[in-house]
Design a protein around this ligand. Structure first.
Ligand code: AVJ
Length: 321
């Protein structure tokens, strides 16, 4: 075995496990290196990627209704945002809360320390009076911190279509974990991308600009750089596919030919048959039955739905009884 640096160890472990599975698969968190973060920013700016604009509309039009719900208990709160990303949309809410002299603190977390640093720096300039400190990079650490803190009221936020990166089973486990860390009266504000015209969803993950394609292929570039792999990027293609029955938008990298790839750091030679796939991402779209079932099984009450004008997307407020 090679001795790996701490930073590459999780990447190597994920690759070693994922590329020896049949069918091959890689976890979608591997997208988010510095380059991947930047490409995702471009994805959010393109017209076909509707979830960002839907949630933005919800925040813009309903920010006061959201604030009313968050402050209904009449006590200060800690806003813990899981997967905050660059926090651009959240900033719209945060600014409104600050403008209305809302008594709260903001605790963002994200798996990418890179975006978290960018977010922190921007907030220091744009909202200097806001108390904000990134608590942890890992969700589990954030949950433990909240579970052990009985003094503060907490509101968890998990926005965008982030929950979609989990399978339904994983999503249930995740919501159960969240609910387990919440105390009575705590809130959870979660974004769900809804099932809709399949053509709209397909276009969001197979855009004509090739941005999502480069997002998917960048994963291989990352492995070449970080693990000394020799993926020929031109020998793979982005292959997204939406299944309207399950609501799963799945992305694959497809090998265009019969080929071997050498991965130096893991001492592996991985064989690909022509047209063999690596499953790199699921982005699950929800219907109301799925959402209600998630809540019921986690023993959370649904307080209120906030939808955009086309009902493409909802931010849903849950409460721990
Ligand atoms: C960051 C997980 C919400 O699934 O819609 C966008 C990532 N992948 N286009 C999503 C993504 C391809 C995005 N999430």
């Amino acid at each position: 075995m090679v001795i790996l640096e701490n930073k590459t160890a999780p990447v190597a472990a994920a690759v070693m496990a994922g590329l020896t599975r049949k069918p091959k698969q890689l976890p979608s968190w591997l997208f988010y290196d510095e380059q991947g973060d930047a490409i995702f920013q471009s994805i959010m700016r393109m017209p076909e990627y509707y979830p960002t604009r839907c949630e933005y509309e919800i925040f813009q039009k309903q920010k006061e209704a959201i604030r009313q719900q968050f402050t209904a208990a009449g006590t200060p709160f800690r806003l813990v945002e899981l997967g905050a990303g660059d926090g651009l949309k959240t900033e719209l809410l945060l600014k409104h809360f600050v403008d209305q002299h809302t008594d709260f603190e903001y605790w963002p977390t994200d798996i990418s320390p890179n975006v978290l640093a960018i977010l922190q720096e921007r907030l220091e300039h744009s909202l200097p009076t806001l108390t904000s400190s990134p608590i942890a990079h890992r969700h589990e650490d954030a949950l433990r911190t909240v579970a052990e803190d009985h003094e503060h009221r907490h509101i968890f936020m998990f926005l965008g279509a982030n929950i979609g990166n989990y399978s339904l089973l994983e999503a249930q486990a995740f919501v159960n974990n969240l609910a387990g860390a919440m105390h009575a009266g705590d809130l959870l504000f979660m974004g769900f991308d809804l099932k809709k015209d399949p053509r709209v969803i397909q276009a969001a993950y197979d855009d004509p600009h090739g941005i999502t394609r480069s997002f998917n292929l960048n994963l291989l570039t990352r492995l070449n750089r970080e693990l000394g792999a020799n993926f020929d990027i031109d020998a793979f293609e982005h292959a997204p596919y939406y299944d309207p029955e399950t609501g799963a938008a799945k992305s694959y990298l497809v090998s265009l030919r019969n080929q071997d790839v050498h991965i130096e750091a893991t001492h592996q030679i991985i064989h690909f048959n022509a047209w063999e796939t690596i499953h790199t991402e699921v982005s699950l779209k929800y219907d109301l039955t799925m959402i209600e079932s998630l809540a019921r099984k986690a023993n959370l009450e649904i307080v209120r739905h906030f939808a955009d004008s086309r009902d493409y997307f909802r931010d849903i407020l849950f409460r721990k009884p």
